[in-house]
Ligand binder design. Structure first.
Ligand code: ZN
Length: 139
């Protein structure tokens, strides 16, 4: 789930030039991510995001972690979503050459382990775009 969130975030950044989600709720079955946005997404855009995320998953990219000194990490990444006690050095999780971001959560080793990514709904209210998604195993 965490790895799917990272891919979704990078896809949103690349597709719409928005920031990564500012808030997320990651669970085993279903998750949601909130983005600062200016409008609702069209059905075509939702389909496009799903295709892109699944394409990245199917590329079977390696998910790797590296540890970067906090001072260095601050220059390269937004650390605001890390907990205060995340420590130094900071753990950076990269997904192939598609994405890299600081994270303390659990991750897969290869993106195909994520399974099939599906957006359940996207809603827009008061400048916040909420995307709910779920994963199912690849068949
Ligand atoms: Zn993560």
């Amino acid at each position: 789930m965490h790895s799917a969130e990272h891919i979704l975030n990078q896809t949103m950044v690349r597709s719409f030039g928005c920031g990564r989600c500012f808030s997320s709720h990651i669970e085993k079955k279903k998750s949601k991510c909130d983005y600062r946005f200016d409008r609702p997404l069209s059905d075509e855009e939702v389909d496009g995001i799903m295709s892109k995320v699944n394409e990245v998953i199917r590329s079977n990219l390696p998910v790797l972690e590296e540890f970067v000194a906090r001072g260095e990490a601050e220059k390269r990444f937004n650390l605001s979503r890390l907990p205060e006690d995340a420590g130094d050095p900071v753990r950076i999780v990269s997904i192939g050459d598609y994405d890299a971001c600081p994270c303390i959560g659990p991750h897969v080793n290869l993106t195909t382990e994520i399974g099939q990514f599906r957006i359940i709904s996207s809603t827009f209210q008061d400048g916040v775009l909420r995307i709910r998604f779920r994963l199912s195993s690849l068949t």
